[in-house]
Design a protein around this ligand. Sequence first.
Ligand code: ZN
Length: 183
Amino acid sequence: MSEFTLVPAGPDTDRYAAAPGDATTRGWAIAATVTDPEVPVLTIADLGVLRKVEQHDGTFVVTITPTYSGCPAMEDIIARIVAAFDAAGLRAEVDTVFRPAWSTDWITPEGRAKLVAYGIAAPHPVTTAPAGDAGTLFVRPAVGCPRCASRQTTLVSEFGSTACKALYRCRRCDEPFDYFKEL
Ligand SMILES: [Zn+2]
């Protein structure tokens, strides 16, 4: 048995250590094609949701960490992972681990670039938020418009197209856009 693990070490982590030709490398590559139903431009690897791929007795065991507990997309993501392996003639099971909790800081630099190209402002690093209990109000640093990069933006609603996004409007190009909230 062999395994490799993505260990998030902050926004600059975008590489995984894996032996070339290793079965788990193939498994990782297959799992990494699965996209998030709520943000179709991002794969679960881009999001940092994909944590580990192992192989036991011919079955791949894919470990994921949900973006937040109760995320309605998770059941869909699990089904997509199993289907992706099935399409390759392989068997997979999905393990869900909740600790450590997922953070938007786990989104890879490539994933953040894809978000902006898709018209969604990427989350600020969580470390910029003052310490406090969940739900503590704080002033979020200015969110840049993904279209024109202007920081002259206004929060329209804490909830955008999905609960994990807030709706902003750019005062320069007058376009509304989603901000992927830091978590
Ligand atoms: Zn703009």
